[in-house]
Design a protein around this ligand. Sequence first.
Ligand SMILES: O=C(O)C(=O)CO
Length: 267
Amino acid sequence: MSHALRPTVNCSLLFTELPLHARPAAARAAGFEAVEFWWPFADPVPGDAETEAFITAIDDAGVRLTGLNFFAGELPGPDRGVLSHPARVQEFRDNIDAVAGIARRTGCTGFNALYGRRQDGTDPAEQDRVALENTVAAARALAPLGGTVLIEPISGADDYPLKTAADALAFVARARAAGAANVALLADLYHLAVNGDDVAAVVRDHAAQFGHIQIADAPGRGEPGTGALPIGALLAAARDGGYTGHIGLEYAPTVPSADSFGWLKTT
Ligand SMILES: O=C(O)C(=O)CO
């Protein structure tokens, strides 16, 4: 990237041609210094050997882990997060400890807690209450490690209640009012655009408060240049607006992953 914004490669969408543990090294070979992952294990609490293998893959590759999603149920799949699921509170709470353990070992500080879809037969207000309590618990556990709990509007599921930046910012404000200062919006420019948000206005008005930015082009979720989103201009505006964090490259490449970075030279 031709500006000061720093890329981090989302190894849950990029380099999926390779086994999970080979992806950090592939990102390094492509010239990157940082990676992020969706929760890379099937269970909320992985075994010690699984955890070690994951951390070793990152350490051996010589990259930094900058972002990690909390356990999100089946993703992609029916769940898209469990933060607001009353029946899954124990799984989420157990997962907080597992995430904190990885944070301690890796220095990772960005943790995406996907909200989850509305559940048939469950009062939305009850889901929102559970999400708030879980968020506060996660924020408290990660604060001593310098961690931030990220709240992300996503697209592709009508019953996922956080669709716009305003939706997520309202929830962030509630978490902060409940005492969790280390909670922030994850502005995924692709999801916001697909959901019809005014992405330029969101960046203009809130860039300095973003906890993290992720990018993919829209439509299609491919690498920048495969759709119509003015990603270069949006990232420049984010920088001008005071955003200094990483940029998560969270796209599904339309070409082999290693060949999908040409756009970086001109962005
Ligand atoms: O589910 C998705 O599409 C995500 O972006 C998760 O981080």
